[in-house]
Design a binder for this molecule. Sequence first.
Ligand code: OAD
Length: 238
Amino acid sequence: MLRSPPQAVFVLTGAGVSAESGLGTFRDAGGMWSRFDPMRLATPEAFAEDPDTVLDFYNLRRCGVLAAVPNAAHAALARAEARLAARGGRLFLCTQNVDDLHERAGSRTVVHMHGELLKVLCQACTRTFARRTDILRTDVCPHCARIGTLRPDVVWFGEMPHHRDAIEAALAGSDLFVAVGTSGSVYPAAGYVSLARARNIRTCEINLAPSDNADAFDEARYGRAGEAVPAFLAELGL
Ligand code: OAD
């Protein structure tokens, strides 16, 4: 069947898109959550109970992000965004990742539904600001001057993901939904394929192996994101 090229592409990325940049995934063998207990590191309760351990964990991850470089999958998505924009279309890039590799590859609009590791949130005044260095419990908030209230601006288990309305509106207005490098096990992101299918939007997953919700997609491309993403976008003329 010959299809007309998509004009509004919605891409959801997960940890797998950054795997070839050396940033570990969560649920693969040897992944982050097989080595560390997320309930002790990635919940508001864990931070209240043991802030130093939680801050250390994210300080280490921040160093990893700063040392990493974007790979061919990030670059291909940035190129596709520019090519679609040049022909009057758009690519909405929604990521579950807290790294900044999409931005560094050249993507102009990136929606971080699980927050950003290179941003800090003050729990007292709720302001956020950019930060590339470690967060310490002795730090003073530059906005409200309180001490010990800073945390990474990442979404923890039990917290609401960011930008849900904008994400769902963009998804509803798209004609192609592509999920890249995500296991499909964390909601609401894992439910986006069903939202897309309910609106008759074409859906495709690109992953190393079938994800938990692989059956929900119309089509799939299996392989490393660094090869499979550029190849799929090339199929679309992007
Ligand atoms: P997961 O670790 O759950 O899944 C990563 C997926 O990427 C797996 O399905 C892998 O098979 C696939 N993968 C690994 N290497 C790949 C490669 N080189 N190319 C393509 N695919 C590859 O990560 P996410 O689905 O992103 O949330 O996890 C979702 C959320 O769970 C994260 O945002 C994080 C985590 O807890 C928070 O921290 C709030």
